[in-house]
Design a protein around this ligand. Structure first.
Ligand code: HEC
Ligand code: HEC
Length: 235
């Protein structure tokens, strides 16, 4: 039986984010459940562990998943099933061929609310309410409406360092959510601004376009540099 290092257990998931050093832009094969893996499996470490472990059978993944849940991974019964299916299929001994994966990756209609629910809500909470001391709110957040490209950069490259929101301070690390394609990132940013920040949005707001996301993506930043792009507070 494996045991978690004691300090990891005691500091809790939120504080662990500060320890993580996400590897930029690491991606997994597309497949049902991949979004859940991105959300749940980068809280304490990046995806290197998963990629390095690829090829093991379902029983081994099941054991690893149980260990992660013991360590504190926030995965319920239903999610456990989905994640296990994904891991044993796409990171199992016989993963589907490349062509099959490419077909699945083709984007249909983008559902931004769904993209938010699967990729962001686990940390930032439904409706972007945030979690005191851990995850900043994305609703009624004046910094976000000042510059949609800042929001896109956070999604693409993550964020690290101290941010201030009213009286609240956050100082940890968000891993990049780099597997989302340009159109999905644009739709997600516009959704956040138009739905969660409708009251703050300037009248001349211009929705972010996928081409702008492609440009941002072409100029990678590290998570600390992203912080420098956060619009200053003030009227
Ligand atoms: C609460 C923190 C936490 C979360 C969330 C988490 N892990 Fe881990 N993971 C760890 C720790 C700690 C280790 C290192 C354990 C060790 O050194 O034996 C680890 C190591 C691993 C390893 C390396 C092999 C091994 O067995 O040690 C794999 C694979 C892995 N995690 C998969 C996952 C997957 C899949 C998820 C998402 C369901 C996940 N982890 C989520 C804490 C976490
Ligand atoms: C694993 C948890 C986690 C996930 C998943 C996550 N975030 Fe974050 N996010 C954070 C943390 C932690 C911070 C604060 C980082 C800091 O303190 O520098 C943050 C900060 C942000 C900020 C900056 C807020 C500000 O006021 O400057 C934005 C914007 C953001 N996240 C958007 C998103 C979006 C959009 C998604 C989904 C695509 C997402 N996040 C997914 C943890 C997460």
């Amino acid at each position: 039986m494996r045991t978690s290092p004691g300090f990891l257990r005691s500091v809790g998931v939120a504080a662990l984010l500060g320890l993580a050093t996400p590897t930029l832009g690491q991606t997994l094969p597309q497949g049902p459940g991949v979004d859940l893996v991105y959300t749940k499996c980068q809280i304490c470490h990046d995806l290197t562990y998963l990629v390095d472990t690829a090829g093991v059978d379902a029983a081994t993944w099941e054991g690893i998943l149980s260990d992660m849940i013991d360590f504190g991974a926030p995965v319920n019964e239903e999610e456990r099933e989905v994640i296990l299916n994904y891991l044993s299929t796409y990171l199992g001994p016989n993963p589907p061929a490349e062509e099959a994966l490419a077909e699945q990756a083709e984007v249909g209609e983008i559902d931004a609310a769904q993209a938010y629910a699967t990729n962001c809500a686990g940390c930032h909470q439904p409706e972007g309410k945030g979690l005191a001391g851990a995850f900043p709110p994305l609703a009624n957040n004046p910094a976000l409406v000042r510059d949609p490209t800042y929001v896109a950069r956070v999604v693409l490259f993550g964020l690290s360092g101290e941010i201030q929101m009213g009286d609240a301070t956050f100082n940890s690390t968000m891993p990049p959510v780099a597997h989302l394609d340009d159109a999905t990132v644009a739709a997600l940013v516009n959704y956040l601004l138009q739905t969660f920040n409708a009251d703050l949005l300037p009248e001349d707001f211009e929705p972010l376009r996928p081409e702008q996301v492609a440009e941002l993506r072409a100029n990678p930043l590290d998570a600390k540099e992203v912080l420098k792009h956060r619009p200053a507070a003030g009227p």
